[in-house]
Each structure stands twice: as C-alpha cells, then as structure tokens.
Ligand binder design. Structure first.
Ligand SMILES: Cc1cc2nc3c(=O)[nH]c(=O)nc-3n(C[C@H](O)[C@H](O)[C@H](O)COP(=O)(O)OP(=O)(O)OC[C@H]3O[C@@H](n4cnc5c(N)ncnc54)[C@H](O)[C@@H]3O)c2cc1C
Length: 497
C-alpha cells in the first residue's frame, strides 16, 4: 500500500540501470522514453543484413561492468558473450606507419623500439602510472559522490593532488615517457572520449590508455546494443514499466518538491520522486523553470561532437581491422579546430569500425559493414555551421585516409549510406549542442564540480547520466545509476542490502 513511486525521464543506460536498482528496492518505477526503443546514445539500426551500432563501439573498463552487473544481482558474463579485441586498435599515422596496440608485450616492444629507441621502457613506466591513476581515481573520484564541499576539499584528498597529477597537462606530461610525437598521440587520443583535448586534459587521464591496454577492449557478440538488451531484461524482470514514444514536456514542481511530469500530449503523471536521465543541460533548459541554473550550465564547457557514416558495402575490406584509428600529424591543430573553432579539422584524425571482423553476422556473407567516425566541433550557439559542406569534407577525408591502407575504391562499393551530424545527435537524444559526450571533463567539471545526482533545491528530483556525476561513457553511466539510486533509497529511508 505504501509503495513509493518514481518516474524516470529517459531510457538511456543510466535510466534503465537506475530503474532496475530502484525496482529491486521495492519502488514502483515507470520509465518514460521519447524514442521508440531504449538505449539513448547507445543505439543501433539494421538494413539489408548490415547491423550498425550508431553510438558506442568500444566496450572498455570491463571490471566496472562486472561490478555493476553484480550490483544488479546478476553476472555480466552470464548475460553477454564477450570477446577480447586484441590488438585493440590499429593506429595509422600520416606517413603510413602503423602501431597495433596489443597486450602482447613482446610485439609492443618490437613496434615501439622501431618508432623510438628505448621507448618500451617509457611505455612500461607510463602504464605503471596509468595503473596508479586508474586505481586511485576510481576509488576516490569516480565510485563515490560528493554531497558536500567538505567531502571533496578534505585533507585526506590532498595526496591525490600529487599522485593524480590533475594540474599537469596530459600531452606535456608525455615528455616524461616519449619524445616521438606519434607515441605521444598514440597514448593520449583517448582524452577525446572525455570531450577533451590532450593539450588541456589533466594527466590523470593516463588511466584510459592504461585500462584499454591492461583490462582490454571487448566486444559483445551481436554488438554493443546487447548491453542495452541485457539491462532491459534485468529491469523488466524486476517489474520496471516502460513507456516508449512518450516525450516529457515539463517536470512539475511546487516550492520545494517535484510532483511529477507533464507529457507532450498534455497528460499529468504524479510520483513521489522524479529521476531525469535525459541529458542534464537539456533538462535544465527545457523541462525545468528558468531559475539561473540553465544559464550557468550554458557557460560550462561541452564535449565535441562527431560526424558518423554508416555504410553497407558490397564487398569485404579485410585490410581494415575491427578498430582503425588514423591519427593526424597536426595533432594539436586538430584539437584546436574542433574545440576552439567548433569546426572540422583540415586534416582530421578519424576512426573506422568494422564490426564484421569481430562478429561475421554483422554483415551479409561476402559484404561488409563499416562505420566511420570523424570528430568535429559541437553546434555553435552564435553562428550556424554549414553541416552539408562539413559532411562532404568529412567523407572525402575518410576516403583520403583509406588510401594509406591501399583502399581506393570504397566509394564505388557503398550500397547505402546513413550519416549522423551534431544536428542528428541533438534531435534524436536531446543532446545540448549536439555534443556527443555532454559536459566535458575538464578540472572544473569533475568530482564535486560536476553536476550532482540530486537537485540542490528540489530534494526528490534526481539526475543520472553522462553530464552528471561521475561522467560520460557506458560503464560510467552504470556507476551514475547506482549512485543516484543509492541517493533515492537513502532519502526514502529504504534500507540498503
Ligand atoms: C557517437 C558516440 C560514441 C560513443 N562511444 C562510446 C564508446 O565507444 N564506449 C563508451 O563506453 N561510451 C561511448 N559513448 C558514450 C555513451 O554512449 C554515453 O555516455 C552513454 O550511453 C550515456 O548514457 P546516459 O545514461 O547519459 O543516457 P542517454 O544516452 O543520454 O539517454 C537519455 C535518454 O533520454 C531520452 N530523452 C531525452 N529527452 C527526453 C524527454 N523529454 N522525454 C523522454 N525521454 C527523453 C533520450 O531519447 C535518451 O533515450 C559514445 C557516445 C556517442 C554519442
């Protein structure tokens, strides 16, 4: 009779996982999703036997998934058929040289020494530091929330300033390990996943190349959308109700509390609490009354965006491994053009994913499924970008880069093309400025400074997802969900198992 109810706005990874946690604690949970299917940015589509993951393609930080699935009462490995991708990436540089990032240390040694003598020793030291950063950052910054300033600005956290190197810039810091610019870029490009340039990212983020090398990059059979399906199975088993094609227009409030939501069709729904999984800046700008916070968020830094091409191709391109990354020599200019000028770099670094190398069922026999991702600035609030022209430029950049691998005929073998631009990201998932990773992760938007999982004024209004604490990425969305759910059950006085 006294069952508490919660409405969740959005069925992204954070929304689904939080729903499952809360239903397991006895809450009546309803998830309202504007799209026809769950997953948010972790989306997919199929056409003529070609299967595309349109958002994430890299399953990284496997231990986080293991822990979070365990926290949901199940085992990751019982739900997903995972294979390790090794080499993880094949990096291709402008001069045509290659580097395959692999857990095979002998192969790494041979490749690194050929690029820069004595660099293998630097690589081992860098991995050692990455290991420390990963361990300490996960324990002290990622896996916990900061409810008061005192919990963050605390004498106990002072050693982290020295050990995590938050004030050293990642790229500059690489000089301690390598001289060769190709190696500096090979072990810093991952900062773009945080929405940052390595020229501004804290050196703390050496934890990302470390986890990719040490814990591996994995692939669930059937593609990354299998993660969404697995979470949906858990959520449905716990009794969560989902309403798709159901857009929320407004979160209803009284002086101090959230009362419920108003849907686009005018329906009012009430609940004891509301949890917003839709991208946080969008929620403040569109679903909550204007009270100055939306303006504050508008002044924060947003991550970049991407132009993505999804190609069904009538022949296989086996010269392409599962994950190929073309890294530009003008590495710094690339980030400046994306982050400062909000445009497409003249000679962009770019990424190509060939899922059929990992799971042949992702393409029809004798054909291929290719995804090309070209990072680009997010939408400019002050001046429209010419997306049609930028898409054309990005497409040409992909074809030009493929020539380095001897692929010169892709254009002629494309059966169909689908393309996403920042306008698509905004329209499909309500991402502010079409920014694919939401608020970026610079120092002033991390830890205590990152928007919290609970509203400061409306104490039964909660937030989960990429632009909230702890940040972007699929595994992080699962942590965010657990932290937000924990906050709800504590506020409701429900005992934790
Ligand atoms: C191109 C791309 C590549 C990526 N690559 C990787 C990768 O390789 N590895 C990785 O770990 N991460 C990757 N990420 C990041 C990862 O996908 C996200 O961080 C994560 O999926 C975000 O989950 P979320 O919980 O914030 O929810 P979101 O995905 O933001 O979902 C929010 C949901 O809310 C819904 N919604 C919005 N407004 C409303 C409304 N008014 N009413 C109802 N519903 C609403 C949306 O439709 C959406 O379904 C990538 C992201 C993108 C876009």
């Amino acid at each position: 009779m006294n069952q508490k109810s919660i409405l969740i706005v959005g069925a992204g990874l954070g929304g689904i996982a939080a729903a499952a946690h809360l239903a397991q604690r006895g809450l009546h949970v309803t998830v309202l999703e504007k799209n026809a299917r769950p997953g948010g940015r972790c989306d997919h589509f199929s056409r003529d036997g070609h299967h595309f993951d349109t958002g994430p393609t890299l399953f990284i930080m496997p231990h986080v998934y293991e822990d979070e699935f365990a926290a949901l009462g199940t085992s990751l490995h019982s739900m997903l058929d995972l294979q390790r991708v090794d080499p993880t990436y094949r990096l291709v540089f402008d001069d045509g040289s290659h580097l395959a990032l692999t857990s095979d240390l002998k192969a790494m040694e041979d490749q690194l020494e050929a690029i820069e003598p004595n660099s293998f020793e630097g690589f081992l030291r860098y991995m050692d530091e990455g290991h420390r950063h990963y361990r300490e950052a996960m324990e002290h910054l990622v896996n916990r929330d900061f409810r008061t300033a005192g919990e963050f600005f605390n004498l106990r956290n002072v050693p982290l300033i020295f050990s995590l190197k938050p004030f050293s810039r990642h790229y500059d810091h690489m000089s301690a390990y390598f001289d060769e610019p190709r190696l500096k870029s090979a072990f810093t490009f991952q900062d773009v996943y945080m929405g940052l340039s390595p020229f501004e990212a804290p050196a703390t983020f050496s934890m990302m190349p470390y986890t990719e090398m040490a814990h591996g990059v994995w692939y669930p059979k059937g593609g990354l959308y299998r993660v969404v399906e697995a979470l949906m199975e858990i959520a449905r088993q716990t009794g969560v109700e989902f309403a798709f094609d159901t857009a929320v227009k407004q979160i209803e409030l009284n002086c101090t509390r959230a009362k419920g939501v108003i849907l686009e069709d005018g329906q009012h729904l009430t609940a004891d609490a509301v949890l917003a999984n839709a991208d946080l800046p969008y929620v403040y700008q569109n679903l909550l009354p204007s009270d100055g916070q939306a303006e504050q968020l508008a002044h924060k830094r947003y991550s970049c965006s991407v132009i993505s091409f999804f190609w069904g191709v009538d022949r296989p391109y086996t010269a392409l491994g599962p994950h190929t990354l073309f890294l530009a020599d003008d590495y710094r200019a690339n980030f400046d053009e994306i982050i400062r000028d909000l445009t497409l770099p003249t000679n962009p670094s770019l990424y190509i994913h060939a899922p059929a190398r990992l799971d042949p069922a992702m393409a029809p026999a004798g054909e291929d499924t290719l995804i090309a991702v070209v990072p680009v600035g997010h939408m400019n609030e002050h001046e429209d970008q010419d997306w049609k022209a930028l898409v054309k430029q990005a497409r040409q950049a992909v074809f030009r880069r493929l020539e380095l691998l001897g692929i010169t005929d892709l254009d002629a073998h494309i059966k169909f093309e689908t393309c996403f631009t920042p306008l698509s990201w905004r329209k499909r998932y309500n991402l502010a400025r079409g920014s694919t990773h939401g608020l970026c992760h610079n120092l002033m938007q991390l830890g205590y400074f990152r928007p919290s999982n609970r509203h400061a004024r409306y104490h039964n209004l909660y937030f989960v997802g990429a632009s909230t604490h702890p940040g972007t990425g699929m595994p992080t969305a699962l942590i965010s969900a657990r932290l937000a759910a924990q906050r709800v059950v504590e506020d409701f006085g429900i005992s934790l198992n």
